[in-house]
Ligand binder design. Structure first.
Ligand code: CA
Length: 318
C-alpha cells in the first residue's frame, strides 16, 4: 500500500513519548467486559423537570467531555488505568413520566444485579432519576446513606405536582427506602427553598448544611464528620450531585442557576474526600442541560468529577 507521509492513522499514536491517553478511552462497552472497578449508565429523563430542561442530552455530552482530559494526576503522580464499563443509556418513552420512572427503576435494578462494578456512575437526566436509581441501589446493596450536593431540598410532595425533579428525596423517605437521619444535604441555598421543606427536613432528621456552614466549617470537616457517622449506620453510601449546588458562574448549564453557590474546586475536593471511603459506592450527576450550557462548562465539571472520584478511590487502595 502506498505510504502517505505525515498522515496520522485514526486512533493511533504517532509519537510514543508524547502520546497521552484520554479519559474517554477508559470506557468499554457492556457486555464486552463483564467486570470492572467502575460502571456508567445514562438515565436520560428530563421531562419530569419543573422548569424547562434538556438534561436528557447530558449523558452523551458528559461522555464526550471525558475526551478533554488525560488520565494522569500530577498531584498524586498516578495514572487512572481502571476501565469504566459503559452500559449506554436506558430507553425512555417520549411522553410518559411516571412510566419512565418505573422503567428507570426496573432497568437500574437489572443493571445493579449484574454486579459488574464495585462503583457506579449514573448520569442524569434531571434529579427525579435519583429516586429510581437509589431505590434500586438499596435493594441490591442494603441500607443506604445519601450525601446530596444540592441548592435545593427536593422534598416537595408528589400530590402537589407529580413525581418531578423536586420530589426524589421526599419519595425515598415516605416509601422508607432511606431514613431521614441517613440523608445529608450539603450546599442548601438561601432564597431557593420554601420554609415548609426546611421544616420537613428537620422533622425527619435530615442533616442540613447551608453554604454558610461550608464557609464556616469547611467542606473537609463536614464530610469527615458525616462520612464517619454514616459509615457506622449504613451498608453503602450514595453521592447525589445536583450541579446546581455550584454557583451560576461555574455551572451555566443548569436549569436552576443562581448566585451564592459552591465553586467547582470545593465540589471537586468534596468528591475526592468522599471517594476515599470504602462505603462510598455510587455517584449520580444530574441537572445539566447541554442545550443552554456555555462551551460545555458544566458537562466538563461533571466529567472532571468522575475522574476525581476515581482518583479518590485509587488513594483508598493506596
Ligand atoms: Ca435537586
Amino acid at each position: 500500500m502506498q505510504q502517505i507521509r505525515h498522515l496520522k492513522p485514526a486512533g493511533k499514536a504517532i509519537f510514543k513519548d508524547r502520546y497521552t491517553k484520554k479519559a474517554n478511552e477508559l470506557l468499554i462497552p457492556w457486555p464486552e467486559s463483564r467486570k470492572a472497578p467502575y460502571a456508567l449508565v445514562g438515565l436520560p429523563l428530563s421531562k419530569s423537570s419543573i422548569s424547562h430542561s434538556g438534561a436528557s442530552f447530558a449523558p452523551g455530552v458528559i461522555r464526550a467531555a471525558l475526551a478533554s482530559y488525560t488520565t494522569y494526576s500530577g498531584e498524586f503522580d498516578k495514572d487512572l488505568v481502571e476501565n469504566i464499563i459503559d452500559f449506554g443509556d436506558l430507553y425512555m418513552d417520549p411522553t410518559a413520566i411516571s412510566r419512565n420512572q418505573e422503567w428507570l427503576y426496573e432497568g437500574m435494578l437489572d443493571i445493579y444485579h449484574t454486579e459488574a462494578a464495585q462503583n457506579w456512575f449514573l448520569l442524569g437526566g434531571d434529579h427525579s432519576i435519583s429516586y429510581a436509581s437509589i431505590r434500586a441501589f438499596a435493594e441490591q446493596r442494603g441500607k443506604v446513606g445519601i450525601i446530596q450536593f444540592d441548592a435545593h431540598h427536593d422534598l416537595r410532595n408528589v400530590d402537589d405536582g407529580g413525581p418531578t425533579n423536586g420530589t426524589p428525596f421526599r419519595r425515598l423517605l415516605e416509601e422508607q427506602v432511606i431514613d431521614g437521619s441517613n440523608l445529608v444535604q450539603i450546599g442548601i441555598r438561601d432564597f431557593m427553598n420554601a420554609k415548609a421543606y426546611h421544616t420537613y427536613a428537620d422533622e425527619h432528621g435530615v442533616q442540613l448544611y447551608s453554604m454558610a456552614d461550608i464557609e464556616t466549617r469547611t467542606i473537609h470537616a463536614i464530610l469527615q464528620e458525616e462520612i464517619e457517622r454514616l459509615s457506622k449506620r449504613v451498608d453503602s453510601i450514595y453521592l447525589s450531585v445536583d450541579m446546581d449546588v455550584l454557583d451560576q458562574a461555574f455551572a451555566p448549564g443548569c436549569p436552576a442557576i443562581g448566585p451564592g453557590g459552591m465553586d467547582s474546586r470545593t465540589l471537586v475536593d468534596a468528591i475526592f474526600i468522599a471517594a476515599q471511603t470504602d462505603k462510598v459506592q455510587a455517584m449520580d450527576i444530574v441537572e445539566i442541560d447541554p442545550t443552554i450550557d456555555f462551551r460545555n462548562m458544566t458537562s466538563k465539571v461533571a466529567a472532571y468529577l468522575l475522574l476525581t472520584y476515581m482518583k479518590g478511590m485509587k488513594c483508598r487502595n493506596g
